[in-house]
Design a protein around this ligand. Structure first.
Ligand code: 5GP
Ligand code: MN
Length: 338
C-alpha cells in the first residue's frame, strides 16, 4: 500500500460507512480469517460491517470468532442483497478477480460503493478504487495485519481479531512451511499470539477435528494416487461415488493434494475431484520449486492462483480429464526435469 492509498483509506474510514466484506467462493481459512478479522477490527472502529460469503465453507472453520454473523449469499440472498444495496464500502479479500465469487459476481458488479481489494494472488484485475496487492505475501491475513499497521491501529487488535488472522496465516502457509513464510510473517504471528491468539487451540480446531469418514476418504484418495516418477508428478482422483460413499462434506478433501508432495522426488501434485452437481471436475495443483502451477492452471484448466498452489476446473468427465492431463503433461517433461 502506498502513502496515497493509506491516506484515501484513512479518509474513507474517518466517516461512518456501511461496509460489506467478501471472500472468494468456497472460502478457505485465509479468506475467512481475513474477512472475520477485518470485520471485527472495523466494528471496533465504530463502523457498521458485515461479512457476506458467496457460499458455504468447511466445518473446521466454523468455530472462528464472528462466524455466527456471516451471511451466506447462496442461502440468504435477501439479506445479502440488502447489505450490498446499503453498502458504501465493499472490501474484497483473498481474490484477484470478481469471477472468483461465482454467481455472486452479478450482485457486486456496477455498484457505486468504494471497492477495496486486499489480496496476494497473481495478476489482480483492476476493479477496485484501492488495490492492496502483494504476491509475495504469505496470506491475505498477513496483509490485513499490515493494513491495520498502516492505519497505526495495531493496539486495537483484540484476541478475536488475532485469532482470525492467525488462523489464515497458519492455513495459507501450510503451518508456516511454504516459501512465502518470511521472518516478518513470524513477527506478525508472534504479535498475534501476544494479543491473545491461542496457537495450540487454533491448530487443534483446524487440523484435529476429523470425522472417521474423512480419514477413510483420505485412505481411498491415497490408494487412488498415480505416481509418475519420470514427470516428478503424482495425482489423485476422487469420483462423486467415492465422495458419496464417505458422507462427503465441504472441506473433507482439504489438504489431500499435499500428500503427493511428501513423496521423495515429487515436485508436482494434483487432485481431481468430481462435482456432479456443478458438472465439473475441480482440480487443485501444488508444486515445490520453480514449476508454476498458476501458469499451468491458467493455460490448461481455466484456473490460476499462486506459483506453488493453484486451482482449476474441467467440464469433461473424470476419465477424459485425466487423459487430457496425461497428454498435456508430456509437453512438460523437460520443465519438470530441469
Ligand atoms: P485450492 O486448490 O486450495 O482450491 O486453491 C489453491 C489456490 O488457487 C488458492 O489460492 C485459490 O484461491 C486458487 N484457486 C483455486 N481455484 C481457482 C480457480 O478456479 N481459478 C483461480 N483463478 N484460482 C483458483
Ligand atoms: Mn490466501
Amino acid at each position: 500500500m502506498n502513502l496515497a492509498d493509506i491516506t484515501t483509506v484513512k479518509s474513507i474510514l474517518s466517516q461512518p460507512q456501511k461496509i460489506v466484506i467478501v471472500p472468494h467462493k468456497n472460502p478457505d481459512g485465509d479468506a475467512m480469517g481475513a474477512c472475520l478479522g477485518l470485520c471485527s477490527f472495523l466494528k471496533g472502529m465504530g463502523q457498521t460491517a458485515h461479512v457476506v460469503s458467496p457460499n458455504d465453507y468447511p466445518k473446521f472453520l466454523k468455530w472462528m470468532p464472528g462466524n455466527d454473523e456471516v451471511v451466506n449469499f447462496e442461502w440468504q440472498p435477501q439479506e445479502a442483497y440488502k447489505l450490498l444495496d446499503e453498502a458504501t464500502v465493499i472490501f474484497t479479500l483473498d481474490f484477484n478477480d470478481l469471477s472468483r465469487i461465482g454467481s455472486m459476481e452479478a450482485a457486486l458488479k456496477d455498484r457505486d460503493a468504494d471497492f477495496i481489494m486486499i489480496d496476494h494472488h497473481q495478476q489482480p484485475s483492476d476493479y477496485a478504487k484501492m488495490t492492496y496487492s502483494d504476491v509475495t505475501m504469505s496470506s491475505t491475513c498477513e496483509m490485513v495485519y499490515n493494513f491495520i499497521e498502516y492505519l497505526g491501529l495495531t493496539n486495537s487488535i483484540t484476541a478475536d481479531i488475532a485469532t482470525n488472522l492467525y488462523t489464515g496465516i497458519m492455513t495459507d502457509t501450510g503451518s508456516f512451511k511454504y516459501r512465502s513464510t518470511s521472518s516478518k510473517t513470524h513477527r506478525v504471528v508472534a504479535e498475534l499470539i501476544d494479543k491473545g491468539a491461542d496457537n495450540m487451540e487454533i491448530h487443534r480446531q483446524v487440523f484435529d477435528t476429523n470425522s472417521p469418514s474423512r480419514l477413510h476418504l483420505l485412505g481411498v484418495a491415497l490408494s487412488n494416487m498415480v505416481i509418475l516418477p519420470e514427470y516428478k508428478t503424482a495425482y489423485i482422483t476422487l469420483t462423486q461415488d467415492e465422495l458419496d460413499q464417505h458422507e462427503f462434506k465441504k472441506g473433507d478433501t482439504e489438504g489431500f493434494v499435499n500428500y503427493g508432495l511428501t513423496l521423495e522426488g515429487i515436485i508436482f501434485a494434483l487432485i481431481f475431484i468430481e462435482n456432479k452437481e456443478e458438472g465439473i471436475i475441480k482440480i487443485s495443483l501444488r508444486s515445490v520449486g520453480d514449476f508454476s502451477v498458476n501458469q499451468f492452471a491458467r493455460e490448461h484448466f481455466d484456473g490460476g492462483g499462486h506459483d506453488n498452489a493453484a486451482g482449476g476446473k474441467s467440464d469433461l468427465s473424470m476419465q477424459e480429464t485425466v487423459d487430457r492431463f496425461n497428454k498435456i503433461l508430456k509437453n512438460y517433461k523437460s520443465e519438470l526435469n530441469p
